[in-house]
Design a protein around this ligand. Structure first.
Ligand code: CUA
Length: 156
């Protein structure tokens, strides 16, 4: 079968456009599925307990009026169990999971992110009101999901 030169060119342009389109869609799907915006750094989920800073979960002062709260999530609890932070301080949450996907939500605040196996999630905030807050898991993670919560105290 004989094809005209112009037909061949148009065929190539058509195939080329299709490939480019599929590549863009594929790349977007990959990033959206694997990289939530709050998760940049990666971690081996099997070694969370021995990887700094997760080998020492808890509250640590890292600057003047600036604290880092390291949290390890696992079915079905948060470590540390009780978190105490001063009112008005900048708080950087750094979280990782030892097993499945968990949620990290502090009721009545803007803190709400996912913790995915293999990634380190971070979120910064400042608490404007003193009192007791509820830190809870809002991603279904198994039979004990409803029990996965702890309290956070903002001391002013
Ligand atoms: Cu952890 Cu639901």
């Amino acid at each position: 079968m004989h094809m005209h030169k112009m037909e061949k060119i148009w065929l190539f342009i058509g195939i080329g456009t299709l490939i480019l389109f599929l590549a863009i869609v594929g790349v977007n799907a990959f990033y959206m599925g694997n990289k939530p915006p709050s998760c940049i750094a990666t971690i081996n989920p099997d070694r969370v307990s021995s990887t700094p800073p997760f080998n020492h979960p808890g509250v640590k002062q890292i600057g003047k009026n600036h604290y880092q709260v390291t949290v390890v999530a696992s079915a079905f609890s948060f470590d540390p169990g009780d978190i105490k932070i001063p009112l008005g301080a900048k708080v950087d949450f750094v979280a990782a999971t030892k097993d499945v996907v968990h949620g990290f939500e502090i009721a009545k605040t803007d803190v709400n992110f996912m913790i995915e196996p293999g990634y380190i999630s971070t979120y910064s905030t400042t608490f404007k009101k003193p009192g007791e807050y509820l830190l809870l898991c809002n991603e279904y993670c198994g039979t004990g999901h409803q029990l996965m919560a702890t309290k956070l105290e903002v001391v002013g």
